[in-house]
Design a protein around this ligand. Structure first.
Ligand code: SF4
Ligand code: SF4
Ligand code: SF4
Length: 340
């Protein structure tokens, strides 16, 4: 029988506007520096930003199973290997620039020091798909969705994972974790990791020490592209509530995997247009609609039409509450206290 999860008083929720993310990785670095810079955490990025289409991080996570089946039973997918996470690489500046070793500066695996890196987080950055001039890509920021129905929690045989009543953040009780790793296999987003030094599961903590002080998460507060919103879904004045519940432009990633994510995405509608053989721009976009539907579901066409309509209003100098929320002129309108 499925475990009982008490509905939290409030649910910490996120919206990422994929039209604004510039793939700068500032959010990735903010999280890494703050929370996962200890021994054993080298390959762990609670927060990552991956190029889409692409293999993602860990490699091919979206094809490895997990989540709930149609009968509501939790599924354990494939355990990612060390190679799927990849070795964070270093550049061999020392040899090339100071020791006179001939050749170009190239990334090398930090651990072995020999051979060139063959895979690492974000190794396929900006590759995307398609042929020039109609090749395309966009950036997909990801962290734990702090799901309302967390597969990681359901799969844990030691009841080490819990959802906080105050804010809906999903955490691993490190004193209860016995290294079963079922959570790593069950999360359909591969957003639970295993720390080889502590032999405990490790995942995004929703920056709960900041949330308890009313301060935005580090990844959102540091976002250079002002692409992210964070707040409580029950707060009707919050931008997350307005974007998801009122305007309904925030969509879950792979929502059919049954975990009820609390991270939502505004699909990229403003991508570049297709060029014909003469170099003229057509009206259709390079990013195929079917690819966006695969990621964000059948609501994508409705959302794209709405976004285009509302954008059209602003282009005609007419008011649009939706565009104003998405522009987010003031950080305080996009997030909890933006104090960093
Ligand atoms: Fe658990 Fe994965 Fe959902 Fe996070 S995204 S709560 S790790 S199932
Ligand atoms: Fe990291 Fe905090 Fe963002 Fe989670 S919410 S990815 S812990 S910065
Ligand atoms: Fe995208 Fe913002 Fe992260 Fe930069 S900091 S990669 S713009 S979400």
């Amino acid at each position: 029988m499925a475990k009982q999860i008490t509905k939290p008083q409030k649910q910490l929720s996120f919206v990422v506007d994929l039209n604004k993310c510039i793939g700068c990785q500032t959010c990735t670095v903010a999280c890494k520096k703050l929370w996962t810079n200890q021994r054993g955490e080298e390959p762990i990025y609670w927060r990552n930003v991956e190029t889409r289409p692409g293999k993602g991080y860990p490699r091919n996570w979206e094809n490895e199973g997990g989540g709930f089946n149609a009968a509501g039973e939790v599924q354990r997918g494939r355990m990612p290997t060390a190679g799927d996470y990849g070795v964070p690489f270093e550049f061999d500046y020392e040899a090339r620039l100071f020791e006179g070793v001939p050749g170009r500066v190239r990334p090398r695996p930090a651990a072995s020091g020999s051979g060139f890196a063959s895979w690492a987080p974000n190794f396929d950055e900006d590759q995307g798909e398609g042929a020039y001039p109609n090749n395309y890509y966009f950036y997909l920021p990801r962290h734990c969705n702090h799901c309302s129905k967390p597969a990681c929690l359901e799969a844990c045989p030691n009841d080490a994972i819990y959802k906080r009543a105050a804010d809906g953040v999903v955490l691993v009780d490190q004193t209860k974790c016995k290294a079963a790793r079922n959570c790593v296999q069950a999360c359909p987003y591969d957003k639970t990791y295993f720390n080889t030094a502590t032999q405990k599961a490790s995942k995004c903590i929703g920056c709960y020490p900041r949330i308890e002080k009313g301060v935005a998460t580090a990844c959102v507060a540091q976002c250079v592209g002002r692409a992210m919103h964070v707040g409580f879904m029950e707060d009707t004045a919050s931008s997350v509530h307005k974007l998801v519940k009122v305007w309904k432009v925030g969509l879950p990633l792979y929502g059919e995997r049954g975990t009820e994510p609390n991270m939502f995405y505004i699909p990229p509608v403003l991508g570049p247009a297709v060029e014909d053989a003469q170099g003229n721009l057509r009206t259709d976009k390079k990013i195929p609609l079917e690819y966006l539907v695969k990621l964000f579901g059948n609501d994508v066409p409705r959302v794209m039409k709405l976004l285009n309509d509302e954008r059209g209003k602003r282009l005609m100098s007419q008011p649009s509450e939706l565009m104003d929320i998405m522009i987010g002129r003031r950080s305080a309108d996009m997030m909890l206290n933006p104090l960093t």
